[in-house]
Write a protein of this length. Structure first.
Length: 381
């Protein structure tokens, strides 16, 4: 009888604890299930019930705040006008709607995929990593322009800004802001090209030529170079008689002749009007004179057919060789201009070296001589 009473008392005492356990298990299965009040129990069991009730309330408040934060984040990702991506361990975890528009993908096609898919090649991916990782480790952020690829394989230029969620700890993830700057970059390149090239002939313009000449002259003590100054003969008469359109066509034809006579490393420029110049890096005087003579013969042999008439011009060419004797590029240009004037004074269609009398053209032409296109803006800036 005594043992039965003891067992019954144990069951009665264990019943509230069992009910409490059942409520907790129900919450584990359904976090949104309502918390059921426990009958008032004395002692530690009551304290445990109250503590669990507070813990449930706090947990639900944190869940509510997390849902609110997630809703705000989803709104940002939906309406942001730039591509936003969150990556961790080189895999995408979140991407914005605009990111998908930029790359031509669906979110489901990106989430969980390696970030490598943005790059044209493994080499490009490794190059970006080599640039970005030191910046992330030192500053917690990276910014730069690089070429990426869309889902269809089409390349485009992107401005990328990345920030580590935890500075110095890339394993915690990275947030990327990506903008398609292809059009802006092309516009910038067009403006740069226009600033450094002659609109009519596509050759380097005076500004670009003088910049390159200044750089060459600053190093002339270690690396010699030569320069040609070319003034067309009888151009004004053709321009006046046949018209400016004919004059422009003739200038473009002469520009092509000049380009066909120089080396791959040389720069041909139109300084303005009918004046041209050629920069010949690492070029000794004998080779410069041979190239100048080839230019003279090419211009002399060029004929423009315009409205049934052939128009020809000559070229008076001044040559200057530079090995550190000139303080400024302006002095180099004056020396070449002086030699060109001497060629004009000697009867036109001549080649004259600065500081010398008329030079007989018996020097053999250098080989090989190649045709080149106008230098890209990067080489002229």
């Amino acid at each position: 009888m005594g043992q039965s009473l003891i067992a019954l008392a144990a069951r009665v005492c264990a019943m509230p604890l069992r009910l409490l356990r059942q409520r907790v298990e129900r919450l584990l299965q359904d976090p949104d299930a309502p918390w059921q009040e426990m009958p008032d129990q004395p002692g530690e069991l009551h304290a445990l019930s109250v503590a669990l009730e507070k813990l449930v309330a706090q947990s639900r408040e944190r869940q509510r705040l997390s849902r609110d934060m997630l809703a705000r984040l989803e709104a940002v990702l939906e309406y942001a006008q730039v591509g936003v991506a969150f990556s961790r361990l080189s895999h995408f975890e979140l991407v914005s709607r605009h990111y998908c528009l930029i790359f031509g993908v669906e979110q489901a096609d990106v989430i969980g995929k390696p970030t490598r898919v943005m790059y044209a090649s493994e080499e490009a991916y490794e190059a970006l990593s080599a640039r970005a990782r030191p910046a992330f480790m030192q500053f917690g952020a990276f910014e730069g322009e690089l070429e990426l690829v869309r889902a269809n394989g089409a390349p485009f230029w992107a401005h990328m800004r990345g920030r580590a969620v935890v500075p110095g700890n890339l394993a915690a993830g990275t947030i990327w802001i990506i903008e398609d700057v292809t059009q802006a970059r092309e516009q910038r390149e067009r403006l740069t090209w226009t600033a450094n090239h002659d609109a009519l002939t596509g050759l380097a313009n005076r500004l670009a030529f003088e910049g390159l000449l200044g750089q060459a002259n600053a190093l002339a003590g270690q690396t010699e170079f030569s320069a040609l100054f070319i003034d067309l003969d009888r151009f004004k008469a053709i321009n006046d008689s046949a018209g400016h359109a004919a004059g422009d066509a003739l200038l473009k034809g002469v520009a092509e002749c000049l380009m066909a006579c120089v080396r791959q490393s040389d720069t041909v420029a139109r300084l303005g009007g009918d004046e041209f110049a050629v920069l010949l890096p690492r070029c000794p005087a004998t080779i410069a004179m041979a190239i100048a003579e080839k230019v003279r013969k090419a211009v002399e042999g060029f004929a423009l057919l315009w409205e049934g008439q052939h128009h020809t011009v000559g070229a008076s060419i001044g040559v200057v060789h530079v090995n550190g004797q000139y303080a400024t590029s302006a002095e180099v240009l004056r020396a070449a201009d002086t030699a060109c004037y001497a060629a004009k004074h000697a009867g036109r269609n001549q080649v004259v070296a600065h500081g010398a009398a008329l030079v007989p053209m018996s020097v053999p032409l250098p080989e090989p001589v190649s045709t080149v296109e106008p230098l890209p803006h990067a080489e002229l800036s």
